[in-house]
Design a protein around this ligand. Structure first.
Ligand SMILES: C[S@@+](CC[C@H](N)C(=O)[O-])C[C@H]1O[C@@H](n2cnc3c(N)ncnc32)[C@H](O)[C@@H]1O
Length: 210
């Protein structure tokens, strides 16, 4: 927590570059990235219906619980939104990765969407990293939203990305997709990106949650 506070303080001294952004739909984004990929959004929505219903129930149960507490260690808004979940699912269905690496799990919303796609693909392993940083966080709650039947393609490492990322890169032969969603400080993000970049297979996707 002290490290995090130091990094956040350091970020406040940095200037922020202006970015021009344009919102586009998931379909438009996928068409731009993969012009030859034919898909039906109806089919994708059908494929993710079960996991979406499961996640909806999980978060409904949490809604009225007290935060912070052992039962609700993270705010619900920490988790990925629905559209980003669909996008992650779709990217994993298109790329059919062997290896996906994700930093930042919390309840496991992004993790569950990726695992659902790997399950549908019948191939691939997801390596995720997270840890407990505050007194109310526990290992049991990390990934608690992930259905048990999807965990056979999941390798979880408990620790900081600084202590775990290199080990994962050593045991995997290049990664197909990297997702950063841990500590969004300049220092941590540059560490993760610089560490992972040489291991990302050519032409594949690197995805940052914002
Ligand atoms: C925004 S949440 C992740 C949300 C998740 N991707 C989802 O969609 O539900 C950020 C997570 O990063 C973890 N985290 C923060 N700093 C970290 C670090 N240095 N190493 C690993 N995980 C970290 C936190 O414990 C928290 O669970």
């Amino acid at each position: 927590m002290i490290q995090t506070a130091k990094q956040v303080k350091d970020d406040k001294k940095r200037s922020i570059q202006k970015q021009i952004t344009k919102s586009i739909t998931i379909e438009e984004g996928i068409k731009q990235l993969f012009p030859n990929y034919k898909f039906s959004m109806e089919q994708i929505k059908h494929e993710i219906k079960e996991i979406e219903t499961h996640l909806e129930k999980f978060f409904m149960n949490l809604k009225d619980k007290e935060f912070p507490s052992k039962e609700k260690p993270y705010p619900i808004a920490y988790s990925l939104d629905n559209d980003s979940g669909i996008l992650l699912y779709l990217l994993c269905r298109i790329i059919k990765p062997n290896i996906v690496v994700e930093t930042g799990v919390a309840y496991g919303r992004s993790t569950a969407c990726i695992l659902q796609a790997l399950n549908e693909n019948e191939k691939g392993t997801l390596y995720s990293i997270d840890s407990t940083f505050r007194p109310w966080e526990t290992k049991e709650m990390i990934g608690s939203a992930i259905p048990e039947n999807l965990k056979n393609r999941w390798e979880f490492s408990q620790g900081t990305t600084r202590s775990k990322l290199k080990n994962i890169l050593e045991i995997t032969d290049g990664i197909d997709i990297f997702i950063h969603d841990s500590l969004h400080t300049y220092q941590n993000m540059t560490y993760e990106f610089n560490t992972v970049w040489p291991h990302i297979k050519k032409m594949d996707i690197y995805f940052r949650m914002i």
